[in-house]
Design a binder for this molecule. Sequence first.
Ligand code: AMP
Length: 189
Amino acid sequence: MKNIVIFGAPGSGKGTQSDLLISKYGFKHISTGDVLRAEIKAGTELGKTAQSYIDDGHLIPDALMIEILAHKYDELCPCEGLIFDGFPRTVPQAEALKAMLAERGTAVSAMLELAVPEAELMERLILRGQTSGRADDNEETIKKRLGVYLNQTAPLIEWYEKEGLRHAINGSGTLESINAALCNVIDSL
Ligand code: AMP
């Protein structure tokens, strides 16, 4: 089974590229952001808790996120392959993912990092905000989310490098060229 972590800053194209990979390989997909937005829409207790963090551009606490992830994973797997999109976002989440997969006799196969310059991320997110309807795609929250990414999530680049799992992909080209680069890595696994 292939467990692929698609990694990058907000606006780096994780969701778009995940969709392309899912249709090509038939992998399952866990987007923790989508899971949380569905809970908010359904008005659940979890959704209520998550909303204030998301609207403020902060991360949901690790313990809660890890529980949600394990639950979702067991709902979808065993399966041929799975894409983790938006998880892990902190070092404790990466450690928990490693332990959770080990308990299930599997492991992360690759971390695919979509590298995009910060100015381009800002531009993309502001543009996305005009059509996404996402409350957190406004300039003030975007700046906070990028700050959270740099402080809490970017350290995972080194973490996965040390694990020997990191593959950096230039996330600035066309959808097709980025997708081809991702597929090259996946096909080599
Ligand atoms: P996303 O759709 O991946 O950009 O996620 C939107 C928001 O959901 C983030 O800004 C966080 O508030 C929250 N979120 C999503 N995934 C995680 C995670 N793995 N850990 C903590 N918070 C998360």
